[in-house]
Design a protein around this ligand. Structure first.
Ligand SMILES: NC(=O)c1ccc[n+]([C@@H]2O[C@H](COP(=O)([O-])OP(=O)(O)OC[C@H]3O[C@@H](n4cnc5c(N)ncnc54)[C@H](O)[C@@H]3O)[C@@H](O)[C@H]2O)c1
Length: 256
């Protein structure tokens, strides 16, 4: 653990915690003193990340399950309370990006995007805030949005992703307004393309990477740690007066 431990003893739940960005957030928060609960579909990745965190002296617990299902979210929450007894912060980092033309996209793929990118966010926020309200916790929540939630076009058609990441912007505002009277803050981050397997197909395509460099004033994709630092800021005391906002972490993409 770092000497500077601003989150010492606090518990953070990270949904999509086995993903590249979720794992980077878990590591940064763990090194900053937090206890980490990782919820994700991918048990193998969860176990590997938990072993790595534990080896670094970071308290960690995991739950593997489909977070679009209310029963799984309830089980994950119960596991977290059994392990740590409380939750102070939530980061939602589940996500899928079908990258399909709207005119040919099967409704099942559309619906799955809504379920993973929106419903899992609603379910995790609801169960954690219910318990924060019961205990009078002044919690903090950060959702993973995207620059695609603030613009209509990326490198390819991806209506379901644009729609659901746009929804994150307004879910953030609505949650912030609903829970501000209880001292609970809700914000989101909107990263540009981040160097994770999520964009594996793009990274393998030099033309796509050249186009990304062209549309990004800083000329590169982001690193997961750079997103994690933005999330940690919004979870921390330095952002005590910030709620309901979406922070782009985009190398200037949205400034063009
Ligand atoms: N990588 C990027 O370029 C990028 C850019 C902007 C925003 N984001 C967003 O950041 C978040 C994390 O992205 P990432 O790059 O780490 O991707 P990732 O694929 O590595 O992580 C996503 C995680 O979500 C989990 N997940 C998916 N469906 C689930 C479900 N039903 N139940 C439980 N877990 C489920 C996956 O198992 C995975 O571990 C996503 O919301 C994504 O949309 C990513």
């Amino acid at each position: 653990m770092m000497e500077d431990s601003p989150f010492k003893g606090q518990v953070v739940v990270i949904t999509g915690g086995a993903g590249a960005i979720g794992a980077a957030i878990g590591l940064l928060m763990g090194r900053s003193g937090a206890r980490i609960a990782l919820w994700d579909l991918n048990r193998t990745a969860l176990d590997a990340i938990a072993a790595d965190l534990s080896a670094q002296g970071i308290d960690c617990c995991v739950h593997a399950g489909d977070l679009t299902l209310e029963t799984e979210v309830e089980a994950a929450h119960a596991m977290t309370l059994a392990a740590f007894g409380r939750v102070d912060m939530l980061v939602t980092a589940t996500g899928i990006s079908p990258r399909e033309d709207a005119v040919t996209q099967p409704v099942g793929n559309w619906q799955r995007s809504l379920d993973v990118n929106m419903t899992s966010v609603f379910l995790a926020s609801r169960i954690i805030v219910r318990e924060m309200l019961e205990r009078g916790v002044k919690g903090r929540i950060v959702h993973l949005g995207s620059i695609m939630g603030l613009s209509g076009g990326g490198l390819y058609p991806n209506l379901a992703y644009h729609a659901t990441k746009g929804a994150i912007v307004n879910m953030t505002r609505a949650m912030a307004c609903e829970w501000a009277p209880h001292g609970i803050r809700v914000n989101s981050v909107a990263p540009t393309w981040v160097d994770t397997p999520f964009i594996g197909a793009l990274k393998a395509d030099p033309d796509a990477m050249r186009k990304i460099a062209e549309v990004t004033p800083l000329g590169r994709i982001a690193r997961p740690e750079e997103v994690a630092h933005g999330v940690a800021f919004l979870l921390g005391a330095q952002s005590a007066m910030i709620t309901g906002h979406t922070l782009p972490i985009d190398g200037g993409f949205l400034a063009r």
